[in-house]
Design a protein around this ligand. Structure first.
Ligand SMILES: Cc1cc2nc3c(=O)[nH]c(=O)nc-3n(C[C@H](O)[C@H](O)[C@H](O)COP(=O)(O)O)c2cc1C
Length: 148
């Protein structure tokens, strides 16, 4: 598949996560492009089969968590019915930020296929499994036949 990884990051943690997710998808044989929201290659995104959409967790640590700079996520071009998997970098308590990320994906016209929170101090924890599961879910949505 052609995979786009699009993210918003203030201090670099989500950017690093985006690169790790992109590298994992590439290792599985997919074509990958990784873009911050401000520098999306629109031709690439338009052709992509699925999207990983990432941001940082913004809240007051006990409640109100939502994707950081959500306005910039919402300002990106729509994702036109593509399967979208979310990823969030957080520090201590992500709360229900993934529910909010699902809302963002749906407002953008994407089909939410699930997401995962990643602690900024342990970015690789569960990352490989998340990427495999998201790609599998996207292929299933798109009707790509499973490999023998
Ligand atoms: C204003 C602000 C609010 C934050 N709120 C939360 C929060 O509610 N829960 C949490 O776990 N982390 C919170 N964080 C921490 C960031 O989500 C975390 O450091 C993240 O890894 C930053 O990603 P970035 O380097 O891509 O910007 C907050 C950070 C900032 C600047």
């Amino acid at each position: 598949m052609k995979v786009a990884v699009v993210y918003e990051s203030r201090t670099g943690h989500t950017a690093e996560l985006a690169e790790l997710i992109g590298a994992a998808a590439q290792e599985l044989g997919h074509e990958v492009g990784v873009f911050p929201t401000g520098k999306i290659n629109l031709d690439y995104l338009g052709d992509a089969d699925m999207v990983f959409l990432g941001s940082w967790c913004h809240g007051i640590f006990v409640l109100g968590q939502h994707p950081g700079d959500g306005g910039k996520l919402l300002a990106m071009p729509g994702v036109w019915g593509k399967p979208v998997a979310g990823f969030i970098s957080y520090l201590l308590a992500p709360g229900k930020v993934l529910d909010k990320m699902a809302d963002v994906a749906e407002i953008l016209g994407g089909e939410w296929i699930g997401g995962r929170n990643f602690k900024q101090t342990n970015k690789t924890d569960g990352l490989a499994g998340f990427v495999v599961a998201a790609l599998d879910a996207a292929e299933e949505r798109l009707g790509v036949p499973a490999e023998a």
